[in-house]
Design a protein around this ligand. Structure first.
Ligand code: ADP
Length: 628
């Protein structure tokens, strides 16, 4: 029988499959099952047009493995192929891809290979990744149809001949390759592996995928003797939960699907199930987990959603579908607008995918926002687990995501004594309040004890307590919220004194310039200035900072492993209304040199109050003893 040569393009694709650059060889089964399902679709469609055929529930796909002969067969009772169709379909690759193929054929070999797979898929030829011979026997429906056998051992061509086949449809027989050092092809003959591959990639194929499965059971009447038995099993569940209507699905079904599919022992905190139609049509089933996975805040954690094309899995983890700040979301997206055979490389530039990703982001945002008011307890739990990620998101990319995230972040409120959103803070702002006050520290308790906190609270303002390293950086990126600026009560000009008070304190500082300069000199590099202030209520001293870098930021940046140490411009402020102010003036008048010791002690005191360590504890201790 004369061997026919594959068309040049097909030959190249075939070579690629045989030498298989594809790492997931198992997908060959997905491809063949998907072809079978398409063939049944076609036949079913014909039958609806009154062209004979079977009833819907008579269609199926059958798998059978024969270990002895090393064959795996995939049969369907779909449309089958005529001799010409066999020739056209399996002798040459899909026409739509040909052009792109030519364009990339001359490129760097590996890269173009991947592009080809991305552009028009691996399809039928993927069978050659695992087989050294492929036989296709096929027959169209109708009494007078003839059956044909197509056979190929790969690159050297194929044959087509008539054959006997009673039932309409197609049977594809793969002669599975012998095992090699690297590749155990035999596993594709194991019931267990086949079942798992079908479950993984083709669970939602809309026709039953059947296979004889051998199991063992207790022999009848016996208590310890087992026997093997074989029965036909349906390997796929057929109906994807996400394709059903929301009102057909119970909360329990949603939860079970999540725990099984995404390997979590705890049920999800929130489920988002949406059907979108328009510029792009897709179903999305998204889950917000109740807790962060153990590796969530590590480099090992990989974000992504499962991606399906019309119920068939394309990839298990499509990172492109989720921005980093929503990396905790689990779930899937299913769209008929996506090509099944798109490669990972091509996915990144896929327009449809980008569109879906944007919609998904919007949906997650709006659902989380709704949760803030509809179920605060759940949102608090969510924020405890993933709030840090949102705050990093706010800070990252120079604040580019603030529109998405500014309404989702929360900080501890001095007046509410719990986490509040910026929106809630602003809604409570006093009429003449221009700015959102915040303070930073290790814990809310420590912040509550800061001298500045007392002053601002005393004037009736609410303060946000920032306790995570990233918090202040995030707010700095945000710059403002609803037109309100942010003010660090320990760093920025508070501007809560009256004009008269300002005038008075300026005069005090001018009058005591020599004294204050002397103190600054004694303290050294630790501060850029020493000043009197009238805004401290009961506390004698405090440290504030001027300029862009606050003391808290200095602490955070200092703890990072890099050599570029930054310094906040720190000012030691002394409460003019505290007896210590009078005392300082008095000491300076009597003995200017004695002031150095006072300066150092007050500076150390201010550092301790601000939650910082002191540079020389021994010196401090000695000075205190001397004074006593
Ligand atoms: P694709 O499915 O992307 O078109 P394939 O290389 O997988 O490309 O298949 C080529 C063509 O062969 C299909 O379009 C279809 O017409 C035909 N074909 C493949 N498998 C079957 C089958 N089981 N029954 C009928 N036709 C089939």
């Amino acid at each position: 029988m004369a061997k026919k040569q594959f068309k040049a393009e097909s030959k190249k694709l075939l070579d690629m499959m045989i030498n298989s650059i594809y790492t997931h060889k198992e997908i060959f089964l997905r491809e063949l099952i998907s072809n079978a399902s398409d063939a049944i679709d076609k036949q079913y469609y014909h039958s609806l047009q009154g062209e004979g055929g079977l009833a819907r529930d008579e269609y199926h796909i059958r798998l059978a493995a024969d270990k002895e002969n090393r064959t795996l067969t995939i049969s369907d009772n779909g449309c089958g192929m005529s001799a010409k169709e066999l020739e056209d379909n399996l002798g040459t690759i899909a026409k739509s891809g040909s052009l792109d193929f030519k364009k990339s054929a001359g490129d760097d070999e590996k890269k173009s290979d991947l592009e080809i797979i991305g552009q028009f898929g691996v399809g039928f030829y993927s069978a050659f990744m695992v087989s050294d011979k492929v036989t296709v026997e096929t027959r169209k429906h109708g009494d007078d149809a003839e059956a044909y056998r197509w056979e190929s051992k790969g690159a050297d061509g194929y044959t087509i001949e008539k054959c006997d086949k009673e039932d309409p449809g197609t049977v594809i027989t793969l002669h599975i390759k012998e095992d090699t050092e690297e590749e155990k092809y035999s596993e594709f003959l194991e019931e267990y592996t086949i079942t798992a591959i079908v479950k993984k990639y083709s669970d939602y194929i809309r026709y039953p995928i059947l296979m004889n499965v051998t199991s063992s059971r207790l022999k009848e009447g016996s208590e310890d003797e087992y026997e093997e038995y074989t029965e036909e099993k349906q390997l796929n569940s057929m109906v994807p939960i996400w394709r059903k209507n929301k009102n057909e699905i119970t909360q329990e079904e949603y939860d079970n699907f999540y725990t099984e599919k995404f390997y979590d022992w705890e049920k999800p905190l929130h489920v988002i199930h949406s059907k979108t139609e328009g510029a792009v049509t897709y179903d999305a089933l998204l889950y917000i987990p109740s807790h962060a996975p153990y590796d969530y805040y590590t480099k090992e954690y990989e974000k992504g959603l499962q991606l399906y094309s019309n119920g068939v899995l394309i990839t298990d983890k499509c990172g492109e579908l989720l921005p980093d700040y929503f990396s905790f979301v689990k779930g899937l997206v299913d769209s008929a607008d996506l090509s099944l055979n798109i490669s990972r490389e091509a996915l990144q530039h896929d327009h449809v995918l980008q569109l879906i990703a944007r919609n998904v982001e919007k949906k997650i945002k709006s659902e989380l926002k709704k949760l803030i008011s509809s179920d605060r307890e759940a949102y608090d739990k969510f924020f405890k687990a993933f709030g840090l990620q949102l705050k990093y998101g706010l800070y990252s990319d120079y604040g580019a995501h603030k529109d998405v995230l500014q309404d989702l972040v929360m900080f501890y409120s001095s007046s509410e004594k719990k986490l509040v959103t910026l929106e809630e803070y602003v809604s409570r702002m006093k009429e003449d309040q221009k700015t959102i006050y915040y303070a930073c520290g290790e814990t809310t308790d420590k912040i509550d004890m800061l001298p500045q906190t007392e002053t601002v609270k005393d004037k009736g303002f609410e303060i946000l307590y920032l306790t995570d390293d990233v918090d202040e950086f995030a707010l700095k990126m945000l710059r403002e919220y609803e037109g309100k600026t942010f003010t660090n009560i320990c760093a920025d000009k508070l501007d809560i004194e009256t004009d008269e008070e300002k005038e008075q304190i300026k005069k005090e500082n001018d009058d005591s310039k020599e004294l204050l300069d002397k103190m600054k000199e004694a303290i050294g590099d630790g501060v850029t200035a020493v000043r009197f202030t009238s805004t401290l209520k009961n506390h004698p001293v405090c440290l504030t900072s001027e300029g862009e870098i606050s003391l808290e930021m200095e602490k955070v940046l200092d703890s990072m492993p890099n050599d570029n140490k930054v310094k906040a411009q720190t000012v030691l402020e002394i409460n003019i209304d505290h007896p210590i102010a009078e005392k300082l003036k008095q000491v300076y008048a009597e003995d200017p040199e004695a002031i150095a010791k006072y300066a150092k002690i007050l500076y150390a005191q201010a550092r301790l109050i601000g939650g910082m360590s002191i540079e020389n504890p021994t010196e401090l201790s000695n000075m205190i003893c001397e004074m006593i």
